[in-house]
Structure formats: C-alpha cells, structure tokens
Design a binder for this molecule. Structure first.
Ligand code: PLP
Ligand code: COI
Length: 356
C-alpha cells in the first residue's frame, strides 16, 4: 500500500453548477497527487496537496526533449453512491509500457492504482452525476533534471489531476465526420506511436486544423509507410462493421493499444460477432461503401467512449456510412460500456473497481 500524505485545501473552490455543460478538460478539482523520483532513491514522497502550479526550472528536460507521458481514465458515481473506476490496472500496465519506450522509470502497478483511488476519494464530491458526465483522471510524468544534454532524466514527477467532464465531442453520441489524412503522418512502426506521450499529439495538430477547416471533427491516420492502411483517430481507435464482421486495425507498433478497444473486442466476441484484428486499407473501405456492405463505423476511447462516424472523407471523395445515423451495434456497445462503467450493468469480468 502506497503511503500517501494528505494535505487538504483550506480554500475549496465552488463545485460546478448543476447545469454547467462541463466542457471537456476545462475545470479542475481542489487537489492533485504528486510523487517524486530520483535515481538511487526511487519513487518517494507521495502526497495529495491542494491543486496548484508546478514550479520547474526553465532548463527542466521535459521542456526541451519531450520526455513525458500521460494516461486517461475516468471515475463514475453509481446511482447507489459507489465510486467506480473502469479497468485502472490496464492504465497502470500501459503506463509502464510507455515508460519503457521513453526511458522513464517503472511505477509499481498497485502504486499507480492506489494513487488514483486516493485522489478520487479526496475529491469524490466533484464526480458529476448527470448522464454522459464523469470525472476525467489525468495521470502524467515529466522529466525534471535541469540539463540541456540529450539523455534520460534522473529526476521525475508523477502527477495526477482531475477534471469533471461532459462529452469529449460537442456532438455527444451524435455521429462525427472524419477526415482521412494522406499528407501528414502521425507515427511509424518503431517510433513512439504506441506510447501515450505528448509528441504523438503535437504531431497530429496540423492535420487536425486542416480537417476542422473542412468541417471534419477528427483525423483518421494512415500508416506512415504506404499511406494505404488505416491506423487510428486522433483520440480514438477505429472499428468498421463490414458485412456482419467487426474489423479493427491490428496493433502494429504505431497505434495506441486502447483499453476501450480491448473491451469492445471482448464484448463483440462474447456476443458471437466475428471480430478481425488486421490490416484494413482505404480501398477496402471504398469498396464496402460502394457495394453497400459498410454497416457501421465507430471510434472507441476513454474520453470519447463509443463515437459513431457518419462520414469519411478521403481526398475528394466522401463516404457516407449508411443513413448517417447511430448504428445498432454502436448503440449497444455504448449502452453496455457506459452501463458497466456507471454500475448500471453487473460486472462479471472484473473490469469495474470500486474506490472505497
Ligand atoms: N488512440 C489515441 C491516439 C488516444 O489518445 C486514445 C485515448 O486514450 C485512444 C486511442 C483510446 O484509448 P483508450 O480506449 O485506452 O482511452
Ligand atoms: C483519452 O481518451 O483519455 C485521451 O487521451 C484523449 C485525450 C487526448 C483527450
């Protein structure tokens, strides 16, 4: 059990009003978790303190070479008052996979989960309860050595902040329009695409601006070598239902291994729906849209949950997915995943963890 010192704020902020739309990622709670690392000493001084600025030297390595990682998960309040997390052990595992790639020290999985639980417990009053709202949890690690040479840092801070949120996309569960990018590339195999680190997101911004200007809400990335095969969306993994089979790009080293993706694959298999994890080309999508076998397209992610896609644009072609509405499977997955997360559906898979 991680030993955490708790210093509560003497100046709590007002909670958001009941009718606040909780625009994603704009409001922060009263407290944050911090733990330091130093080579030779390991992770130490775990504490929960009032939410406050982080003070770093301008020479801190994170500012120069991007040695940082982040995670994203959510806490929910069930109707009976229980506070629930969804598969936090998977975020702990992915943290360590990311850390390995970025030369950041490992964090014991149970310490990661203990830290998340302890902070959520302190700020549990901030968990919103309206439909489609939750408390977004953002753990992250930054390299803090004051040094300008390129090497892994010897000191780090692991920080967790919390943000009460509504839907990630203003569209909510309404279908989004997606832009297939054939000029910019997000990641290549052997690079850092499967790590959850800021570098992947800054690499995505220029294309995202371009897509927004054209009226599309997200970018769908192609592989960086042939620019032919589908990878993932800016903040989601992507699924296609073609002729009764659910197809998603296989994890090839340049795609983030999504926890929602993993859960959706498991649910579809339980429901007897054939699932294929493999390469999917843009040509195959064209063909399926043309011959009427493209039944559904949806993205999956912690922030986005299940997000139906109505249109895909590639170069000058627009593929419309069926009538542009919410597909039957997308709706069922949304209801099931969010029902489990909110304790409305009984958890038989050990996915839901209560914060006590
Ligand atoms: N792909 C990217 C690039 C993401 O940022 C996210 C969000 O975390 C996902 C996929 C979905 O991952 P998860 O389901 O674990 O949230
Ligand atoms: C998440 O779903 O947790 C994400 O990381 C999306 C984020 C980039 C807002």
């Amino acid at each position: 059990m991680l030993n955490i010192r708790i210093e509560k704020t003497t100046n709590p902020k007002p909670l958001p009003a009941a009718d606040d739309p909780l625009k994603f990622g704009t409001i922060f709670t009263d407290h944050m978790f911090i733990m330091n690392y130093e080579t030779g000493k390991g992770w130490h001084d775990a504490r929960i303190v009032p939410y406050q600025p982080v003070v770093l030297e301008p020479s801190a390595m994170v500012f120069h070479y991007g040695q940082e990682m982040f995670e994203g998960l959510k806490a929910y309040k069930a109707a009976d008052g229980r506070v629930l997390l969804f598969r936090p052990d998977m975020n702990a595992k992915r943290t360590n996979n990311t850390n390995k790639r970025l030369c950041i020290p490992q964090i014991p999985e149970e310490d990661f989960v203990d830290a998340v639980k302890a902070l959520v417990k302190v700020d549990a009053a901030w968990i919103p309860t309206k439909p489609d709202t939750s408390l977004y949890i953002r753990p992250f690690i930054i390299a803090t050595d004051p040094f300008l040479g390129v090497r892994p840092s010897d000191t780090y801070q692991f920080i967790i902040i919390l943000s009460p949120v509504g839907p990630y996309y203003p569209e909510g569960l309404d279908p989004v329009k997606i832009w297939i990018e054939d000029d910019y590339v997000r990641a290549i195999r052997g690079g850092i695409g499967e790590a959850k680190t800021g570098g992947n997101y800054v690499a995505s911004m220029a294309a995202q601006l371009k897509a927004h200007e054209e009226g599309y809400s997200q970018v769908l990335w192609l592989d960086g070598v042939e620019r032919k095969y589908i990878e993932e969306v800016g903040a989601m993994n992507i699924f296609f239902k073609i002729n009764g089979t659910v197809i998603t790009p296989m994890l090839n080293g340049s795609i983030l291994p999504g926890i929602t993706r993993n859960s959706v694959i498991a649910l579809c298999k339980e429901w007897g729906i054939p699932v294929e994890e493999r390469r999917v080309s843009v040509d195959e999508l064209y063909e399926a849209a043309k011959n009427g076998t493209m039944e559904e397209v949806f993205g999956t992610g912690t922030a986005a949950v299940i997000s139906p896609v109505s249109h895909l644009r590639f170069q000058d072609h627009v593929l419309q997915v069926q009538d542009g509405g919410i597909g039957e499977l997308s709706q069922k997955l949304y209801d099931t995943v969010s029902g489990l997360q909110r304790g409305q559906i009984e958890d038989t898979r050990g996915w839901v963890v209560e914060v006590k």
